[in-house]
Ligand binder design. Structure first.
Ligand code: UD1
Length: 420
């Protein structure tokens, strides 16, 4: 298994080009299932999750062509299977999203229950409830969700009892081909949902309100092809913003948009980080050299993103004072805490809250990555720490960060990947 070795204690300076958003890329690729015309996506990030999903879609009969420079063409004109097998679905939770589009287009679908990052139990009941509201008959058989909608799906009013990004996207995509109007209440408002709706509308869907808590979808008989450029990855941008702040450096995040940061921008400013938007990017540095402890609670957008919680915790380990970090989305998302403590961080976990007492410096150590965002938090901590850090099990990073070692070394980091 590959490892990453890095030497910390150097302020990073330079420009990092922010990739297209991984979390949108996956949903846009799934949207190709809704049409028999090609969907061409650009600004596609070069990450393993994209390849895993491309593989799954190919199993279903989608012709997937990538030209290696961020463009991908998906042609679902002749689907050959309506079954997403366990071996592929278990690698990535987003695979569940093929269920509704297959049902809407073919009237039948079978999808294994998903796996993904080990960050809590992560049920799919909200996805199922939303699709059932559209008239799908769904059963669980031998680990597979089996859905039937032989006469097609019907638009409906459905209010989520709890905000879910994935379930909002799932129901929104599926409803594009349902008869009549669907109203989704208590919808998630992430920028990625709006991006997905923009792409679906370019394919001929009729969606209004995406990005707000109420989405209206007027069903259409069929969708066509489209070309769509996806939005920049706000989680990658937020991660590198925290790298700049943690190392006391200055980074320009080319292509990033502060509007997509939600409450993360306010938390960073409160912590003493200067964020300046100009010329299609964001400049990040410490405002007055000092980092301060800030309390945050993860929430759906525009709240503080759960996908940046681990990185923010790494940043807070050397801030002045105390920071209380409350995780309200996932119950098991503090697996990075023991690893940060091995580097000298002072963190106490009480239920869903981590209390971080800032220390002067972290010290490099061998650490183990446990999930995607936890892995990058250890890289961030290692870059700020004194001495050498060895991050084991880095394959998690490949799922969501393209060319991480290259991007960081381009800004002065001493970092290398050791194959093994
Ligand atoms: C979540 C994050 C998203 C992040 C992604 C990957 C939120 C609101 N969502 O999206 O920003 O990019 O993880 O880390 O921050 N839930 C159910 N039943 C369901 C679906 C979800 O109980 O059917 C629960 C989840 O366990 C979780 C909450 O709802 O506690 C929000 O989950 P959801 O937004 O669906 O998760 P993702 O779409 O994976």
């Amino acid at each position: 298994m590959d490892r990453i070795r890095l030497e910390g204690g150097r302020p990073l300076e330079g420009t990092i080009a922010i990739a297209g958003a991984k979390n949108t890329a996956l949903k846009l690729m799934v949207a190709s299932l809704l049409s028999d015309q090609p969907l061409v996506l650009s600004n596609q990030p070069d990450v393993v999750d994209v390849s895993v999903l491309a593989h799954l879609l190919a199993e279903l009969g989608v012709r997937v062509e990538g030209n290696g420079d961020g463009c991908m063409a998906l042609d679902a004109s002749s689907l050959t299977s309506m079954k997403a097998p366990y071996d592929l679905v278990r690698k990535m939770r987003a695979s569940i999203l093929v269920f509704g589009p297959l049902l809407a287009r073919c009237g039948h679908a079978e999808v294994s229950l998903p796996g993904g990052c080990a960050i809590g139990t992560r049920p799919v009941d909200l996805h199922i409830a939303g699709l059932e509201a559209l008239g799908a008959a769904i059963e669980l058989k031998e680990g597979y969700l089996v859905g039937e909608a032989p006469g097609g799906l019907e638009g409906a009013e459905f209010t989520f009892p709890q905000v879910s990004v994935g379930a909002t996207e799932h129901v929104m995509m599926t409803a594009t081909l349902a008869r009549g109007t669907t109203l989704i209440g208590n919808a998630a408002m992430e920028p990625e949902i709006r991006d997905l709706a923009d792409c679906l509308n370019a394919m001929g869907a009729d969606i209004a309100g995406a990005g707000t808590s109420e989405i209206r979808i007027n069903g259409v008989a069929r969708l066509g092809g489209a070309t769509h450029r996806m939005l920049p990855d706000r989680i990658e941008a937020g991660t590198y913003a925290m790298v700049a702040a943690a190392t006391g450096g200055r980074l320009r995040l080319a292509g990033a948009t502060e509007d997509h940061f939600g409450d993360v921008a306010a938390a960073l400013r409160q912590a003493g980080v200067a964020i300046e938007s100009r010329d299609g990017g964001i400049d990040i540095r410490r405002a007055d050299g000092i980092l301060r402890g800030v309390d945050v609670t993860t929430r759906p957008f525009p709240g503080f993103a759960t996908d940046l919680q681990a990185q923010f915790m790494a940043l807070m380990t050397t801030a002045c004072g105390v920071s209380r970090i409350h995780e309200s989305i996932f119950e098991n998302r503090f697996m990075h805490v023991p690893e940060l403590m091995r580097m000298g961080a002072d963190i106490e976990v009480r239920g869903g809250t981590a209390i971080v007492r800032g220390v002067d410096r972290l010290k490099g150590a061998p650490v183990m990555a446990t999930d995607l965002r936890a892995s990058v938090c250890l890289i961030l901590a290692g870059l700020a720490a004194e001495g050498e850090t060895m991050v084991n099990r880095v394959y998690h990073l490949d799922r969501g960060y393209e060319r991480l070692v290259e991007k960081l070394s381009g800004c002065g980091a001493v970092i290398e990947r050791i194959p093994g």
